[in-house]
Design a protein around this ligand. Structure first.
Ligand SMILES: Cc1ncc(COP(=O)(O)O)c(C=O)c1O
Length: 386
């Protein structure tokens, strides 16, 4: 899982485009093959040939994808899982009952659901903080806090959390900082260099970028007992990413930088277009100078503000859902980070307990022609008017 030695100091986009210059040594194929075997034969001395034992423990194609991610994240090791949630579950499984964890009150709802379950069933102590309050995190920290989990920007309000400041707060009490950087992949945010101990991404999203696999990754700043425990949990839970998905992921990551740059440019243009629109109350996008977290975002997202933004439409929940129903270019589907643009009424997706505003539409902006995307939202807004 460690980075292979490189003679040249290549930039991350080159490393991604060439999947770490992977080439089949026998045939010269410039695209790596897929390893689908579920078990691996030992040699005549009954020793492992290349460290691989059994599919549930890991696979050469998955290892290759991990090598690319580890290089982009600058991690000691990166571990791929079959979904973002299975990576999240593995990390939280390392906590003991009674441990104290801190998370934002509005974040990816599946993660919050899991933490609430651990709170009810295992006595995990959970404190949520308000990411709109600059002292929110500080006020929830305790001397015995074990893990701080943050997202930046947070989903789906796109509040920006200062990662270096969060790392300092966590480390002062000996806690670990884990950051969900699904919407701010290493193209734009150097999460571990900013001080996080663990960088998490749903690889389903930007890393893969084509809406055709689910995956998750945990990148660790350091080797050590936590990494070993997560690795063991992944083996025992059987949650490792399979070879075929890993191969698609490698293919997707070849264009990660191009896709992210284009999505960021498109999203900024859409945000600027609708910022003062008569049918839109507010646009939530850290790339806008008026966004309260813009300065921090500009400091820690150096390669673009990404393709995620939300529109608070003027009107109620029914009108907002109508806009999502009436789009013809944006797909009315959940998820994010693909080449195709998606729109969703987030409160419907999250359910009745959601704290998300009922007039909020979340956009995942893809790589299409931005004029088509703007025209599409315009016509849907127009059609939804009472
Ligand atoms: C920010 C964020 N984190 C985590 C997840 C969970 O990832 P997955 O759906 O791959 O399990 C998602 C999925 O939507 C997400 O958007």
């Amino acid at each position: 899982m460690s980075n292979p030695p490189s003679q040249m100091n290549l930039s991350p986009s080159t490393r991604a485009a060439q999947a770490m210059h992977s080439m089949d040594q026998r045939t010269g194929a410039v695209v790596p093959g897929i390893e689908l075997a579920s078990t691996f034969a030992r040699n005549s001395d009954y020793e492992l040939r290349d460290g691989f034992i059994y599919g549930r423990y890991g696979n050469p194609t998955t290892r290759q994808a991990e090598t690319v991610i580890s290089s982009l994240d600058g991690s000691a090791a990166s571990m791929l899982f079959g979904s973002g949630m299975s990576a999240f579950v593995a990390l939280f499984e390392t906590l003991d009952s009674g441990d104290h964890v801190v998370l934002p009150q509005v974040m990816y709802h599946g993660g919050l659901d899991w933490v609430r379950r651990l709170e009810a069933k295992r006595g995990l102590q959970v404190t949520l903080f308000d990411a709109t309050d600059a002292t929110g995190l500080q006020n929830t920290m305790r001397p015995d806090t074990k893990l701080v989990w943050i997202e930046s920007p947070t989903n789906p309000n796109w509040e920006v959390i200062d990662i270096s400041a969060a790392a300092q707060l966590a480390h002062e009490v000996g806690a670990l900082l884990a950051v969900d950087c699904t919407v701010s992949p290493p193209v734009t945010m150097d999460t571990l260099a900013l001080g996080a101990d663990i960088a998490f991404q749903s690889a389903t999203k930007y890393l893969n970028g084509h809406s055709d696999i689910t995956g998750g990754v945990l990148s660790f700043a350091k080797e050590g007992p936590l990494l070993d425990e997560v690795q063991l949990l992944r083996q025992l839970q059987g949650s490792v990413m399979a070879g075929f998905e890993a191969w698609l992921l490698i293919r997707g990551m070849r264009t990660l930088y191009l896709r992210f740059e284009r999505a960021s440019t498109n999203a900024l243009q859409i945000a600027e277009h609708f910022e003062n629109h008569p049918m839109v109350d507010r646009v939530l996008y850290p790339g806008l100078a008026a966004h309260p977290g813009h300065d921090i975002a500009a400091r820690q997202m150096t390669g673009g503000f990404g393709g995620m933004l939300s529109l608070l439409v003027k009107g109620d929940e029914v009108l907002a859902r109508d806009v999502a129903r009436f789009t013809q270019v944006f797909f009315p589907a959940t998820s994010l980070g693909g080449v195709e643009s998606l729109i969703e009424h987030r409160k419907t997706i999250e359910g009745p307990h959601s704290l998300v505003a009922s007039n909020l539409l979340r956009l995942s902006v893809g790589i299409e022609d931005v004029r088509d995307l703007i025209a599409d939202i315009e016509q849907a807004l127009e059609r939804a008017q009472p």
